[in-house]
Design a protein around this ligand. Structure first.
Ligand SMILES: Nc1ncnc2c1ncn2[C@@H]1O[C@H](COP(=O)(O)OP(=O)(O)OP(=O)(O)O)[C@@H](O)[C@H]1O
Ligand SMILES: [Mg+2]
Length: 292
């Protein structure tokens, strides 16, 4: 069997560690093993260097100076890739200020949509929800004002490929079971937030095959149905335990600034449907349908 040129190229990039430096602005570096805190997963140093916790990254995003601005993406939502600086630390961040809500039918490139919503507020809400259920799969995202507009600012996860890149390069995960588990958690999260935009560019894969979910501006639709129900057949028990515990009071406290009360109530209805489905799958397939 011959190895495709593209796969060889990616392997080479992985071996040539300086790619991380090339994509990450210069910063002070401390060995990951000595700085990792418990609530941060060890994933190619992105969160650990030079930060110790998600809270530290939140603070950095809120207060760092914006020293450079570059447009990102295809220009639909006009995200900006900002260079942020504080002391001797530099990082990239993604800023979005879109806040578009249309009632009735909106014609989109992929078809018509009822009550279309695309908002930076959902980016922050998705991160806050990720924190509430202790998922650790949405990069740190905060509210920040830039050039007179309120918006979301998300830390850039360096040294990643998108799912799109992975498919083009025909790469397969080294540990298929652990990759299947990452995807299973993503499907549950997407059903919970009613994500209508999980395209292959909205899924980041780190060099150690951890999955980060990005681009949640088209979520939290007011529909009490499970989108993508056909993919909901394998569940993380700890994630489902956290989802079961979600309640209106804590969601209002953590996401209430970014979601309307009806959006929270509808999410809780989807949560109930998810739990029902989980219980059914458990009864039918038992442990084969779950993982820790
Ligand atoms: N936090 C992040 N870390 C690393 N890369 C990111 C991050 N956020 C976005 N990107 C990269 O930028 C691309 C575009 O970002 P995003 O998907 O959020 O915007 P978009 O709304 O799809 O843009 P457009 O509306 O122009 O299509 C992603 O596909 C990904 O490659
Ligand atoms: Mg996108």
């Amino acid at each position: 069997m011959t190895i495709p040129k593209s796969a060889f190229f990616v392997l080479l990039l992985c071996l040539l560690h300086p790619i991380v430096q090339a994509e990450t602005p210069p910063t002070s570096v401390t060995p990951a093993s000595t700085t990792l805190s418990k609530n941060i997963t060890a994933t190619n140093g992105i969160y650990s260097l030079p930060f110790h916790s998600r809270e530290e990254i939140e603070n950095f995003l809120k207060s760092a100076k914006i020293i450079k601005d570059k447009m990102l993406g295809e220009g639909i939502t006009n995200p900006h890739k900002l260079t942020l600086e504080e002391g001797n630390i530099q990082r990239y961040g993604v800023f979005k200020s879109i806040d578009d809500r249309r009632f009735g039918i909106t014609q989109l490139s992929g078809g018509a949509e009822v009550d279309f919503k695309d908002s930076w507020k959902f980016e922050v809400a998705a991160y806050e929800l990720d924190k509430l259920i202790r998922l650790n799969m949405v990069p740190v995202t905060v509210e920040r004002a830039y050039k007179g507009s309120k918006g979301s600012l998300q830390i850039w996860v360096p040294n990643c490929m998108t799912e799109d890149d992975r498919l083009k390069k025909n790469l397969t995960p080294p540990d298929r079971l652990s990759w299947r588990r990452e995807l299973a958690k993503m499907h549950v999260f997407d059903a919970l937030i009613y994500n209508s935009d999980r395209n292959q560019g909205n899924l980041l894969i780190t060099s150690d095959w951890k999955l980060f979910m990005i681009d949640h501006s088209r979520t939290f639709k007011n529909l009490d149905i499970l989108r993508g129900a056909q993919d909901l057949n394998y569940f993380s028990r700890s994630m489902m335990d956290s989802i079961k515990k979600l309640d209106k009071a804590s969601l209002m406290q953590h996401c209430g600034h970014y979601l309307m009360t009806t959006e929270i109530e509808t999410m809780l209805k989807r949560r109930d449907l998810l739990v029902q489905l989980y219980n059914k799958v458990l009864a039918e397939r038992g442990d084969a349908a779950t993982f820790p």
